[in-house]
Design a protein around this ligand. Structure first.
Ligand SMILES: Cc1ncc(COP(=O)(O)O)c(C=O)c1O
Length: 496
């Protein structure tokens, strides 16, 4: 045992707990925290988007294991100084890096109430399970699925996608994956193949590796000029695999690719999957939610045909982390993958464990928190129309930014815009690719390090680009004007 742990332990003379001795004192601190949190969010625009954690603060944070109590007030003072000023920045109006949601003050409050109730949401006869069921049926309706689908809230899009793919594998493998696994066996089972495009997010590789399929069984189909899966190439890959005795399992399409926001031809892929008896999975991590906007719904038309779909509420529904979701059309197939009922989890027909544990049977987690509450509050308080209007605003902002870029001769767009992602770079002409990559990466880092704005970087057709993914309800048009002005400023300064 480490010698930093206590070696003495006073005999307990009266029993102890972790509730405050003085509730009034904690109540005062709690109210102060809440007021400070509101001010923090209300004034977010006044602060830099991001600043690094200073080395001195990192040293202060590296505390030895505390053995004795510190007053909550003192811990809170340290939090305000050492922790609060140094977030990733995604709550700021000018944060558009990777794909991160902004969060809302209302959902923050709902998270606090969820913690106060602290229910265990594996299922059980309790309000939290009823609320999660209700939220799942609203989410299904938003995306055009029938209320009969199976589903579960997850920690992330990665996990939601993994669950969808696991259901695909177990449903169509042609053998009992739960009993036999996917180990090579003497009876030489066919290799199971998953198809997706070269633009699909890296979760898909993690998933096939974790599911024991190995990434050699992942076919990365090339994309067309709009970064959508090339369907002729997909059909050829499936035919080739069948011809050599492998078993095509599933096509993973994307509604909103991470690099450019491209949407695969979902109706055509659905038709191909039907014809070929393949599972149709859609990764709609952020793009799926475009269905909430009446004006933009058509962009993701066809996602409602999926056998399973994964999406994140902590991206384009602006929820605080974490909240992902997977929906599976065949609820029984979904639960066949995860349901397991040892005696200590058996239902009794009555009481708290009246029925089998619905959510534990829909994913990996047994212990689960009350993520559904922030969604229940938000969907009720804003209404799906307002949420759709903010999503539409983000798409309009992306087109606005593209227009600004097109009006600047030294900037160029590198990908066609569909949803809410804009990829561009500084290109004054007459410079080679190496120079352009270097200057654009430098511009990106200067934007981030000055705390002015946070795009992220990626490579499009082998060129480094600045990538702006707008899942931010706080951004306004002037923020994009400012971005363009600062890009030109930093590019000029870095060129000298
Ligand atoms: C298209 C797409 N799929 C999957 C993911 C992974 O989602 P998560 O980060 O919630 O695991 C992302 C993340 O940005 C994404 O953009």
């Amino acid at each position: 045992m480490p010698d930093t742990l206590a070696t003495d332990e006073a005999p307990i003379t009266s029993e102890i707990g972790l509730d405050p001795e003085d509730w009034e004192e904690l109540r005062r601190l709690g109210h102060r925290m809440l007021d400070d949190a509101f001010a923090y969010l209300e004034n977010v625009r006044e602060r830099p988007v991001w600043q690094p954690v200073p080395e001195a603060v990192k040293r202060e944070l590296a505390l030895p294991l505390p053995l004795d109590p510190t007053s909550p007030d003192a811990v809170y003072e340290d939090f305000k100084r050492q922790v609060l000023p140094y977030p990733t920045g995604n709550i700021h109006p000018r944060f558009w890096g990777w794909v991160m949601g902004t969060g809302t003050p209302l959902a923050m409050l709902a998270d606090m109430l969820a913690s106060a109730m602290n229910p265990h949401v594996a299922g059980y006869d309790q309000s939290a399970a009823v609320v999660e069921t209700q939220v799942l049926s609203w989410l299904a309706e938003m995306l055009g699925f029938p209320a009969t689908v199976g589903g579960v809230l997850t920690s992330s899009g990665t996990v939601a996608n993994l669950i969808g793919l696991a259901v695909a594998r177990n449903s169509l493998a042609g053998f009992d994956v739960r009993a036999d696994g996917v180990q090579p066996r003497a009876d030489r089972r066919p290799e199971l193949i998953v198809y997706t495009s070269t633009e699909t997010h890296s979760w898909v590789q993690k998933a096939v590796e974790l599911m024991g399929l190995g990434h050699r069984s992942l076919r990365r189909v090339r994309v067309d000029a709009r970064f959508r899966m090339d369907l002729a190439a997909l059909a050829r890959a499936i035919a080739d695999d069948r011809a050599r005795g492998a078993r095509p399992l599933c096509v993973v399409a994307t509604a909103g690719t991470v690099n450019t926001g491209a949407v695969d031809d979902l109706p055509a892929i659905a038709a191909l999957c039907r014809e070929q008896a393949l599972w149709f999975h859609v990764d709609g991590a952020f793009g799926s939610l475009a269905a909430l906007s009446a004006r933009h719904r058509d962009l993701v038309r066809g996602q409602e045909l999926a056998d399973s779909i994964a999406f994140d509420l902590h991206k384009w529904l602006y929820m605080p982390f974490e909240a992902g979701c997977v929906l599976v059309r065949d609820r029984a197939a979904h639960q066949r993958v995860f349901a397991l009922t040892p005696s200590y989890l058996s239902p009794h027909g009555r009481g708290i464990a009246a029925a089998p544990l619905e959510f534990a049977a829909s994913g990996l987690d047994l212990s689960r928190g009350f993520k559904a509450l922030k969604l229940w509050f938000s969907i009720r308080a804003y209404g799906s129309k307002k949420l759709g209007a903010v999503i539409a605003q983000n798409i309009d902002q992306a087109r606005y930014l593209e227009a600004l870029i097109e009006s600047e001769p030294q900037l160029e767009l590198l990908a066609p815009g569909e949803l809410n992602v804009v990829c561009f770079r500084f290109n004054p002409g007459g410079r080679d690719g190496v120079w352009l990559d270097r200057i654009n990466e430098e511009v990106l880092l200067r934007l981030q390090e000055t705390g002015e704005a946070v795009p992220s970087g990626t490579r499009i057709r082998d060129s480094f680009v600045l990538r702006v993914a707008i899942t931010n309800h706080r951004s306004r048009r002037e923020d994009f004007c400012f971005l363009v002005e600062r890009v030109l400023h930093h590019a000029a300064a870095a060129t000298i």
